[in-house]
Design a binder for this molecule. Structure first.
Ligand code: C2E
Ligand code: CA
Ligand code: CA
Length: 575
């Protein structure tokens, strides 16, 4: 590739590891990369040689990403600026977008391919904008009159004089932006049942005359709350913004059609199928409403002539399913439908069992298979049920663990997942202390798995809860590590004993360079801080071997054991 054709990217990031890995990736993909670790230098480079695109970190000492963005916008507003945010909150990235950033990506970047796509899209858009500008200039050369004439032609159907699609859009947007908008817009799609037959048997002129007649009638009922338009052969669209019920509109249209059309001595009786979709629940744009009204129309046509149908959204049925799930979960505890599975963790070197993670399962009455927690834990969280269920999980697991200890099991770690909602409930350290006392569980054998989302709450409060838990001798682990937004340096100020590398990074080991780089840096960092690392989702020996060679102490995954019932766990791991 010749250097004139090579596109240049200016990369500004103060973290050398991340900057280098991005630069190497981009260079591998054919870009020329100019890189620097600070904003001042970045702007200097920008002035010296305008790049095709700028990629800047947001959190940097000295001049931060937003200031860089502003300075670049002042110098040249056409170069796309993308930001990399990693400062624990998405708000910063949103602020950057407000200030004119084209797009953002959050650190850690799991998939550099995503970054590549983002860059590619921005470069294409920049190119299009440039072409657009030229086109607009040419357009301006045409006379205003000509443009207006074209516009009118586009707006009205030459045969019937009814508005067309573009007018629908205008009417829709004028309505939704009105200050006294009632909140209702109803789109009715009407399809004449027998026009095709008329066209076929009597000829197109007859058909056209019929259309004109019918359109005249539709025009007559138009008012400021009702627009009629023709969008194709025998299809009409009505937009109604009054809150009279849908059946009134349908009956009005049917009544209009019931009067036969008199043409050259013949009388024609027309009928129509109708489909209705309502803003906003069935769609938030004319396009969407039309699509859904069309689905409804399809159903109406299936029922026969002169039928109508209201769109019933998937969303509606999803909402119903969701309510059903909620209702079932409300009773699941007292019906004893929850139970626990245990998944072993092993020591990476000896491959002996070093601990177990407790995973919640739900088997509904009269059903054999359990539902996975990804399906229902979010609902438990949203309803607050997770507070009681979480306590039940902890006490049941502790009780089971103590029984196994009494029967000679070594004092391995018991890991229990905590939800951010339990964390917010306020009395977590006390609840946990109570459960430890009740069950006789040894605190030093209990590990609570937290997610990074918990650290997005008020900092002091989080700090205090973690301290109170740690003071009881309980170990704390950060689950799904690497998938959240929180900054590493911040996390490491907390009394954390363990990091669990998320299985999305393990999955592509060791072949994927990016996963390997992340895993390596987590391991190096944790080792220097004296924190343990567990890799989850280890499925094949290759992954286990790689992780072990890099100093990862503990492994968990299907390769060693799937999560199993207490009985199976006993049979497998306790002799
Ligand atoms: P998690 O904490 O990340 O749990 C690990 C998940 O990875 C489990 O899914 C486990 O079955 C799965 N897994 C383990 N090894 C492998 C492997 O080698 N390959 C693959 N593909 N998957 C593996 P599960 O049991 O479906 O749990 C899903 C999530 O539900 C958990 O993710 C956790 O966030 C949540 N959860 C489970 N039990 C509880 C609970 O008692 N309380 C709370 N708050 N959340 C829970
Ligand atoms: Ca977990
Ligand atoms: Ca996990």
């Amino acid at each position: 590739m010749s250097s004139e054709l090579q596109r240049t990217i200016l990369l500004i990031d103060d973290e050398p590891l991340i900057r280098r890995s991005i630069a190497v990736y981009l260079e591998d993909n054919g870009y020329l990369v100019n890189q620097t670790d600070n904003g001042w230098k970045g702007i200097e480079l920008f002035e010296q040689h305008t790049p095709d695109l700028v990629l800047t970190d947001l959190m940097m000492p000295g001049m931060d990403g937003i200031a860089v963005l502003k300075a670049i916008k002042e110098r040249n507003n056409e170069v796309p600026v993308l930001v990399v945010s990693g400062n624990g909150s998405i708000n910063y990235a949103i602020e950057a977008m407000r200030q004119g950033a084209w797009d953002y990506i959050t650190k850690p970047i799991h998939d550099l391919g995503q970054l590549d796509t983002m860059i590619e899209q921005s470069l294409n858009r920049a190119k299009e904008m440039k072409e657009d500008k030229n086109r607009q200039f040419e357009m301006a050369l045409h006379s205003v009159e000509l443009a207006e004439q074209l516009y009118r032609l586009k707006q009205h159907d030459p045969l019937t004089g009814l508005p067309q699609r573009q007018q629908l859009q205008n009417f829709f947007y004028q309505t939704v932006t009105k200050t006294d908008f009632s909140g209702v817009i109803r789109l009715l799609l009407l399809d004449l049942d027998n026009l095709k037959l008329v066209n076929k048997s009597l000829g197109l002129e007859y058909g056209d005359m019929l259309l004109k007649d019918i359109s005249g009638r539709f025009k007559a009922i138009m008012n400021e709350n009702l627009m009629a338009s023709r969008i194709g052969g025998d299809q009409f669209v009505f937009l109604s913004t009054s809150d009279t019920d849908v059946y009134t509109l349908i009956k009005t249209l049917q009544a209009i059609l019931e009067v036969p059309v008199e043409l050259l001595g013949d009388r024609f009786l027309l009928t129509a199928g109708m489909g209705v979709a309502d803003y906003p629940q069935d769609g938030e744009s004319v396009e969407r409403l039309l699509q859904n009204a069309n689905i409804a129309l399809g159903k109406a046509k299936k029922m026969g002539k002169n039928r109508y149908c209201l769109y019933q959204s998937e969303l509606g049925s999803q909402a119903n399913q969701r309510l059903l799930l909620e209702a079932q979960l409300q009773h699941a505890m007292q019906r004893e439908e929850f139970h626990l599975h245990y998944q072993a963790k092993v020591d990476a070197l000896s491959r002996d069992i070093s601990g177990m993670e407790v995973l919640l399962r739900w088997t509904r009455k009269n059903q054999i298979t359990a539902v996975g927690p990804d399906m229902f834990v979010p609902v438990l969280e949203e309803t607050g049920l997770i507070i009681d269920v979480g306590s039940w999980v902890l006490s049941t697991a502790c009780r089971q663990y103590c029984r196994w200890r009494e029967r000679g099991m070594a004092p391995v770690m018991l890991s229990v997942n905590l939800s951010a909602v339990q964390f917010q409930a306020g009395n977590l350290p006390k609840t946990v202390a109570g459960i430890l006392a009740d069950t006789g569980m040894e605190p030093s054998c209990l590990c609570l798995e937290l997610t990074e989302s918990m650290f997005l709450q008020e900092i002091e409060q989080v700090d205090e809860i973690l301290m109170q838990l740690a003071e009881q001798g309980i170990r704390l682990s950060i689950d799904d590590f690497g998938t959240g937004y929180s900054s590493l340096s911040y996390l490491l100020k907390m009394p954390i004993h363990e990091l669990k590398i998320d299985r999305s990074f393990i999955r592509h080991l060791p072949a994927d360079r990016h996963s390997a780089a992340i895993t390596d840096s987590v391991l190096t960092l944790a080792q220097s801080m004296g924190i343990g690392v567990v890799a989850e989702g280890v499925e094949v020996e290759e992954q286990a071997a790689y992780l072990t060679s890099r100093g990862c102490q503990e492994l968990q995954g299907f390769m060693f054991s799937r999560p199993v019932s207490a009985d199976e766990f006993e049979a497998k791991f306790l002799r």
